[in-house]
Design a protein around this ligand. Sequence first.
Ligand code: ACM
Ligand code: ZN
Length: 753
Amino acid sequence: MHKLFTFLIFLLALACQSPQKVEQYSIIPLPQSINYGDGFLELESTLSLQCDQPDGLELKELFNEMGKSHSIRLGGASDATPMLLVHRPELKEESYRLNIGKEKITIESSSKAGWIYGFQSFLHCLPLDNKAKVLVRCGTIDDEPRFSYRGMHLDVSRHFFMSDEVKSFVDQMVHYKLNKLHLHLTDDQGWRLEIEQYPLLTEKGAWRTHNSQDSLCIKRSAEDKTFLIPEDRYRQIEGVKKYGGYYTKDDMRDIINYCAARNIEVIPEIDIPGHFKAAIDNYSFLSCSEKAGWGSHFSYPACLGKATTYEFIENIMSEVAELFPSKYIHIGGDEVNKDEWKKCERCQKAIKKNGLKDEHELQSHFNHHIEAFINKKGKQLIGWDEIVEGGLSNSSTVMWWRNWAPNTIREATKNGNKVIMTPDFEYYFDFPYSATPTSKVYNFEPVPDDFTADMADKVWGVQANIWTERIPNMNRVYYQALPRMLALAESGWTNKSLKDYKSFENRLNKQYAYFENEGLFYHLPALSGFDKTKVFIDEAVFEINIPDDEMTVYYTLDGSAPTPASSKYSGSIALKESAKICFRAYKNDVFSKIYEAEFEKQLMADPIEVSVLPGLVRKYFKGRYWKCSDVKIDQKPDAHSVVTDFGLGEYKGQENYALIFEGYYKAETDGIYTFYTNSDDGDQLFIHDRLVVNNDPSHGPRVRQGAIALKAGLHPIRLIYSQIGGGAIQEVFVATPAKEEQQIQADELFYKN
Ligand code: ACM
Ligand code: ZN
C-alpha cells in the first residue's frame, strides 16, 4: 500500500513535469545569422531523415553516431518528425540554412559539408538531457564560414596517439566545424608513418627508450594522472622495452576516410630537412657527417649537398602523395641547424654550384626542388614560415607561427602566397592556460590591421597546434585543447563583427556539460581571487573564488599534492601559522592543476633608535651589473650624494651602472607594510637586511611586490638598482596599515646623521 502510494506520486510528478524549453540557441561557433520564429518544435528523440539525394541519405549512420551525445536518433519511420536535407546548389561550399519548424527540421546546403554543419548547429540547440519533454524554439539559421581553413594540428611524433584516439579528437573537431587535421607525422623523437621503401623508419624509428620528455611526464604523473604514459604504447624490441607506435598505410587510410566522412581533410607533415633525426638515426648517410646528433639547439639536418638525400626524400614524398588525397603536403622546414651545412664540403659545393648566397638560400633551393617534385604529383607545398627566408615560390603556402618574425606573412601575402595563421603566442595549445588563456585565443584577430584587401584575401585561415612533448595521453590532449579549441573554432568561422567574448563565455557553459557527458577531460575554469603570497601577524584568512558551484576544492597545508582525500575547502581557511597552501579543483572526474599560495607569519620587526636627517644616501657604481646581487654593498662608490626619493636623477639616460639607496623607512604604526618596486633593468629592496622585493635580474619595466611586519619607528632600508642599457626606471610604492598603495614620500625616508 505504502509502496503503491509512492509510485503514484512518482507518476503524478512525471506527468506534471513542465517541459524543458529552449528559448535561445547556444551554438559554438556563433552562426552568422539567427532569426527566431513563432512557436516551438516538440522534440522527439527519433527523427526521420529524409533526402532526395543519395549522399544525404548516406549521412544517416553518421548523424546517428553524432546524435548520441544529445540523445537524438535518425530513423526511417515516416511518422516521426522529419529532418529534411535539401540540396541547394546555389549555396556556397560549407554554408547551410537550418530551419527549426513546428512540424519539421530542414537543412539546406549545396553539399554534405553544409548538411553536417547544419546538423551540428541543431545538436547545439538541444539540451543534453532529453528525458523530459523538450520544446525547441522555432527559427532559422543562415550560416557560412569566415575562413575556409579551420585547422587543428596534432603532433603524433613526440608522443604517439592511436588511430581511435585520433578519431575521437576528430569527432570533437567536427562538432565545432573545424575542417583540417594537420598531422605532424615525423620529428626527431619518432617516425610515425609506414614508408614501404624505407622500413627502418618505422621498424626502428617509431620506437625509443624513454627520453627526457617521457621522464618528465612520468615524474609529473605521480601528482597528475593526465601525465601517465599509456601502457599500450610500449613494446619489447630485441629484449628492450621501448615506447612508440606508428600508422600503417591501412591505419592512415582508415583515419583519412573517417575524417573525409566528417568534412575534415588530413594534411600530412613530413618535417624536412631539420627535425629529421628519426630518419637519420636509421639511414645515417642522410646527414652531412654521416651521424645523427644535436647541435646547440636543433638536431643535425639532412645534408643538402648529396643526391642521395634528394632521392630518399623524393621517394618518401611519392608514397605520401599517393596515400593522402589532400592537395597539400606540409614539408615542415622549421628550426634547421644550418651550422652543419656551413661545415659541410658537399653543402658548400652545392651553394657554389647553384649560385646561392648562403645556407638560407640552400634550404630555399631544396624547398623549390621538393616543391617542383610534389607539384608533378599534383600536390602543393605548405611549410612553416621559415620557408620565406631565402626566397619563396609563388604557389607554396606559409604557415605562420613565429610572432617574432611578423614580416614573413607580409612578404608572403604581397608575393601572392596563401598564409595560415598559427601564432605561437596565441594558438599553441601546448602552452599553459596561464600563458595562453582561452580569452587570448579568442581575441586574436587573424587578419592584421595593416593588411590591404589583397593581402587579407591571402589569409586562408587559422590553426592551433598541439605539440606533445609533455602531452602523453588523450586526457592531457583534451585538457590542453578544451575549451581553447572552441575559441579557435569561433575565430575561424564567425565574422569579426559578431565576435564577443562575453557571449562566447555564456555559450561555453553549456559546452562544459557536453564535455562531461562525453567523458572528455578539459581545463576547468580558473580559480581566482586568492592571495598568492601574504604576510600576517596573528592569523590570516585564505579565500578563493570558485567559478562553478559544482566544483569542489581540496587543499593541503604541508606542500603535498591535494586529492579528494585532502581537506575540503568550504568558504575560507583560517591560518594561525605559516603555510604553503596547495589546492586543486575537482568536478566529477576532471581536476585542475595544483595552485599554490605562500602565507608567512612574521614577528613584527623592532625599530632602530638612531639619530637621522631627512633624505636617503645614494651611491653610484660604474660597471655592467647583470644582477643586483653582483653589486657589492661594501665596495667604494664612484659617487655619493643625498637624495629625497628612489628615482634615477641625473643618471637617467646613462648605461652600465648600479645604484645603492640606503637609509631608514619610517613606519607610522605597527602592522604589515607591502612594498612594490617598478624597475627597468632590475632591483632588490631590503629591510633589516631581509630581501622583501626581488625584482632582479635585468628585465623590461616590471612591478614586483613583497611584505614585511614592522613596529612603528625607523627601519633600515636598502635598494640596489642595476642599469645595463635601454629603458630606465626605478620607483618604490608602499601600502601601509593606514594608507593605500602610493609612492614612498620624502617624509618617510631618513639617513643616518
Ligand atoms: C614550430 O613550432 N617549430 C613550428
Ligand atoms: Zn652537407
